[in-house]
Design a binder for this molecule. Sequence first.
Ligand SMILES: *Cc1c(COP(=O)(O)O)cnc(C)c1O
Ligand SMILES: *[C@@H]1O[C@H](CO)[C@@H](O)[C@H](O)[C@H]1NC(C)=O
Length: 536
Amino acid sequence: MSGRKLPKVLLVLFLLRYTRKTFVQLRGYGVIGSLRNLYRVIYRRLYALFLRLPFVQSKVQAQVEKSILELQEKLVPSGPGTIQYTTLPASGWTADQVRAELEKLGDMKHTSWEKGRVSGAVYHGGDELLTLQSEAFKRFGVANPIHPDVFPGVRKMEAEVVAMTLRLFNAPESGAGVTTSGGTESIIMAVLAARQKAYAERSVREPEIILPETAHTAFRKAAEYFKIKLHLVPCPAPTYKVQIATVSRLINSNTILLVGSAPNFPHGIVDDIPALSRLALKNKLPLHVDCCLGSFVIPFLARAGFPAPDFDFRVPGVTSISVDTHKYGFAPKGNSVVLYRSAALRRYQYYVCPDWSGGVYASPSMAGSRPGALIAGCWASLMKMGEDGYLSTCLQIVGAAKTIETRIRTSDALRHSITVIGKPMVSVVAFTANETQKDSFYKLDIYDVADAMSQRGWHLNALQDPPAIHVAVTVPIVAVVDELLKDLEEVVESVRGNPREKKGDAAALYGVAGALPDKSVVRELAEGFLDTLYKT
Ligand SMILES: *Cc1c(COP(=O)(O)O)cnc(C)c1O
Ligand SMILES: *[C@@H]1O[C@H](CO)[C@@H](O)[C@H](O)[C@H]1NC(C)=O
């Protein structure tokens, strides 16, 4: 090639690349959608510039610092009588001293999960299971599955946890999986496997994932960690399921993975997995189904007599599934499983270093050393619960969720003011202010409901886009559903047509900060929150 032609070739390549990007954008989002995206980007940039004006910035900064200080006062105990241990005790404590202090730490003022006041978070907490888990910890406290010859029992338990979960999700004979530290790691591993597969088999160098807006943030985290481009697909009313036509239009030669949730965290909605499966098969793409939340409840829906969607390996295009044994599997926190349709797919998440001076190194997932105690705790929980145990908790949990849904749809105190989002199928019921309500008597700010419920000791989850709150039913909540609904009715009656003067935390964060087009303030508040976690 002559030297003069080279710049021309480069120019053509450059133009081709941008033409291709524009084409993918236009096909995926349409002309209007693309213009809207462009408008949003420009608006956000301008807003960010506005926030950086000196007098605006100093005001915002002062407000952010004030909010973070308030947060600190709430989270970090201070005042007389509180001792902070910031250096090692010069000589070690007696076991009794440690026990006494642990007792105090456990009794610190908190939202009472024990009385079922917390949505999600604590999925079981029954004494018998807790005792059994701590016995498993004691027996396997030093165990580390990275040394299978030293701890053969842990290796066996891990393999069995994976096998039992594969079976529950109807994996074919070829199915394979690994245990991980939690849902986030399971998802990150599934994304990694998809990226490595596309890299190795299709030479994809600029990977992209097509993600329902409502899918768990762990996918966004994986995309940020691994430099994968994300396409977010709307999940609009009335079904709030991922819009299949948009997913289809966004598929291109860089796509490495399609995703569906069964169910998603915000609204407890199960995406149309069979439709995603058809797209995956047609385009020869992997499809991950996130059952982290559905975990050991969704496989029992049909047997419990509830309407049940198609979501597992029986749907032919599904290639991987994440399942949180530490949610409705009732295993101790720090447990999850990622399942694959084939062992070949699982290999793409392995890490192997053949030439390290420390020896040939191989590990299945992110961690090196792993807690054998947690695997033992998981195995013990699964065996103790058994099929009949999970069937019974499915009946209780989904039964309670249906009670909440029905009451919101039918109660005179609730139905005019709040509306259930979509058709929840598992354990989460989300609700928003009734959008069609014209009568100011019934109108309300949904975040006022969240804050007023907090004042009564309930911790529900605040959501955004659309503004909403949800209850994730757990075993401790089942016992207090009537109390919860009674308080919800009273709260709705007190805040409707009567916006709270002094806004609470949820209303402040989501109502005020959340309405800003540029999220740098929210980001700063969130980073301040994370800093606060490490204050003594
Ligand atoms: C909880 C959850 C996850 C994973 O969360 P971890 O906190 O990392 O266990 C993933 N997806 C959904 C839908 C979830 O609810
Ligand atoms: C909202 O309010 C209107 C008017 O009271 C009512 O007809 C409707 O059923 C309510 N619920 C929903 C889901 O729109």
